[in-house]
Design a protein around this ligand. Structure first.
Ligand code: ZN
Length: 415
């Protein structure tokens, strides 16, 4: 393996492309790796995270089926795929990060490509999946490793060996394949609905009505720009579990998800006014945000929906994994865009960015923000929230915020 590593490390890229990686038997075959028209091209790869959780990401020209498995002695992760041509930047894979000491890639057998990650100790492959290309993001292979003890590692190896006859399937929520020039999809999520009214004012105005009206108005304005495809998670007074809202955005291939709510703050009826913008975080930014997230997350319980179990990968917990970090950054950019827009209109409760564990914002791939339009507990806010002029102005501002978010996205070189 040492020889091979040296070969990959020091050879020019074309030699690397020609190199066949050694498998367990240490065989080096040679077979040219020129790209077939149908071949998937691996353009780049990187490591992220730390020793608690290390992520390997490879950018691909298109989605490809992969077989990911662990090997011991030494500790390695093997990724096998058919017809992948490697056009990686020279010199990558040598920098250790987290649990991975190095990685390399090449053809393994005719038509079979392999990536090998060297791991520093016993580990588990916590996740591995391939994402479709979306917007400016290429298709990506993602592998998450977490540390474990030797016994658990060996047991997992044993189990994988037994399962090897079964085809490895990839449990990925499927996003539709969209043409490169397709308009970005914006999903608006009016909170609550049906059996779950959300909060309500002293006069009995309910959050679920307010937010649906607003979402419809905003949808019309966004459509009028001609720049977006827009969907509402609910079009009428129907309840929708939080999980389904997240899944809806993923299924639509959304580029942006905006959950729309209205708050209630009984202890500060007169003080608490205006809109607040929230993003997802493990640790709440403040007690108010934490309380609000708990309230919003209770939606499913109110409607009698069973809380997701451990196997629900979408919203099982609020821990933000590495898959979401990038999405998370975009969410914050979008949140800032809204705050920036609303700050000028003097309609904000606070200019501070707030965050907490909102389950509805836990889309791994879709930048997501929660907007509390105002406080139904405040009579002045209530008047505004129910007025057509206010809705019109507010929807204009959010449309502007969405426009500037996408304008920034287009102006920036994503990678
Ligand atoms: Zn709500």
């Amino acid at each position: 393996m040492r020889v091979l590593r040296a070969l990959v490390a020091f050879a020019p890229p074309w030699v690397v492309a020609l190199a066949l990686l050694a498998g367990p038997a240490g065989l080096l075959l040679d077979k040219p790796a020129h790209a077939e028209p149908s071949a998937t091209i691996a353009k780049d790869a990187r490591l992220a995270g730390d020793r608690e959780r290390t992520r390997f990401i490879a950018d691909l020209s298109k989605k490809v089926d992969v077989h990911v498995f662990a090997m011991g002695n030494p500790y390695r992760v093997i990724v096998d795929a058919a017809d992948v041509s490697f056009q990686m930047p020279p010199g990558i894979g040598k920098q250790p990060r987290g649990l991975v000491t190095a990685f390399r890639y090449g053809l393994f057998a005719p038509g079979k490509s392999r990536i090998v990650l060297d791991v520093s100790g016993p580990f588990l492959i916590d996740k591995s999946f391939v994402l479709e290309a979306r917007d400016d993001q290429p298709a990506r292979l993602v592998i998450d490793l977490v540390p474990t003890d030797e016994k658990t590692f060996q047991a997992a190896l044993q189990k994988a060996r037994q399962a090897v006859v079964e085809k490895a399937s990839l449990p990925i929520p499927q996003a539709p394949v969209r043409p490169a020039d397709a308009k970005p999809v914006v999903v608006l999520d009016p909170g609550h609905g049906g059996v779950d009214p959300g909060t309500s004012s002293a006069n009995g105005v309910t959050e679920k009505e307010i937010v649906l009206q607003f979402a419809k108005e905003l949808k019309a304005k966004l459509l009028a720009t001609g720049r977006y495809e827009v969907y509402l998670t609910r079009e009428d007074d129907t309840f929708l579990p939080l999980r389904d809202r997240v899944a809806f955005a993923q299924k639509k291939g959304a580029s942006l998800f905006l959950s729309i709510h209205a708050d209630y703050f009984p202890s500060k009826i007169d003080d608490a006014r205006g809109a607040t913008v929230y993003t997802l975080s493990e640790e709440a930014s403040d007690d108010e945000a934490q309380e609000l997230a708990a309230k919003e997350n209770f939606s499913d319980a109110i409607a009698g929906v069973a809380l997701p179990d451990e196997s629900d990968g979408v919203v099982a917990n609020i821990l933000i994994d590495l898959a979401q970090r990038e999405t998370q950054n975009r969410s914050v950019v979008f949140a800032r865009s809204i705050v920036g827009e609303l700050a000028g209109k003097n309609v904000l409760h606070t200019k501070r960015m707030r965050s907490a564990g909102f389950r509805v914002l836990k889309s791994p791939d879709v930048p997501s923000v929660l907007l509390e339009l105002g406080f139904l507990s405040n009579p002045d806010d209530e008047k505004e929230l129910t007025s057509e002029q206010w809705r019109d102005r507010m929807a204009d501002s959010v449309t502007q915020a969405i426009d500037s978010y996408f304008a920034k996205r287009l102006a920036r070189n994503p990678f």
